[in-house]
Ligand binder design. Sequence first.
Ligand code: SF4
Length: 434
Amino acid sequence: MASQQPLILQKPLDQTLSLKEYRRLGGYEALNKVLKAYTPQQVVQTVMDSGLRGLGGAGFPTGRKWSFIKKEAPFPRYIIANTDEMEPGTYKDRLLIQHNPQALIEGLIIGGFAASAEKGYIFIRPAYEQGARILEKALEEARQAGLLGKNILGSSYSLDLVLHRSAGRYICGEAKGLVHALEGKRPHPNIEGHLAGEGLWGQPTIVNNTETLSYVPSILNNGPEWFQNLARSNTAAGHKIYSVSGRVRRPGCVELPFGTPLCEIIEDQAGGMQPGYEYKTCLPGGASTRFLPKQHYAIEMDFDSLARLGHGHRFGTGSIIVFDHKTCLVGAALNLIQFFARESCGFCTPCREGLPYLRDLLRRIEEGDGKDEDLPALKSMAGHLSHAYCAFAPGAAAPVLSLVEDFREEIQEHIAQKGCPFRQDFQDGQENSH
Ligand code: SF4
């Protein structure tokens, strides 16, 4: 791309880049290059060499995922962009598609070429109606310009892209649930084996997160080493859209090198805490990651740094939810678990029964009816959720487990005081603000 940094977010972020503007910035040069000079295997190798990882939370190497579709795999094949962003506090893909929809479309076409797919889908959360309309317009613009459809840019490659609005359940965003949802079935994630072998309608299928696909054009344009070298930490590659929410001065999304220290993101980019509030902890990677104890405030934000902490810490989506010293973590965990209990697909018992059990325990503690034995019960049930069928339940349990293990004193205070110790603080804060 003409402008190498930032890679996919250009300022001002509240405007949508038109196809013309995207092309002025170097957009679709990568696709042109790929169609003229690359084989599908060379595209896969370039993405593999770049170190790009799945940015929907799992962090699986993108090139490796693409390499699972072998040359001799049957046709038709499919590629899907997962824009079913449902987790509380995570909104990076929404901003991305509203701001730069063509980056996703170009990434999808290049990914489709790599997989020799003839049809692709953008699977979008129904609440993102504004984003869906922007994408519809962007798809039409791309079609009119010969960038999509039959014989793209005069080549022998053709790809049809369809925008599909999700039915609006969290589990539709899990790759296997998503495939079921697209087939018109209940979105149970109960597909055996890998999607590359048997995905949509039993055919080879790639599902990638929206942000992941949007980085593909710049990798093909500038080369895998350039992308590797953008990161600030040694084991990461490229850029990332971090989002920050909570009581910071400037909540929002910002694109930064992988490995940017957490304290820099919160203080320099998000402006630090609001007056009168101190940083207590954060969920570093969205609602299904563990609360990060304060001593890790300067941690490099990337997959490996968080994983090195052990105890189930994860980078997740890089959606940083900040908690201040006046916010009750029991109440925060209750809030999250209410969401997850509602969104369970109900397919397996640990998740279907375990999440409501955790919700009821946390509610009892928050309302002042907690007992000493609730603490081990919380820990034990949150641990059982690792035996569920898919990653949803262990993810949902992560904030509860870290509450019990790292912020146990907050639970104990609730039990000892027979109520929420933060409620008084909150009321005082309200009175002082009048
Ligand atoms: S863990 Fe939850 S979401 Fe996943 S299959 Fe079991 S019931 Fe469904």
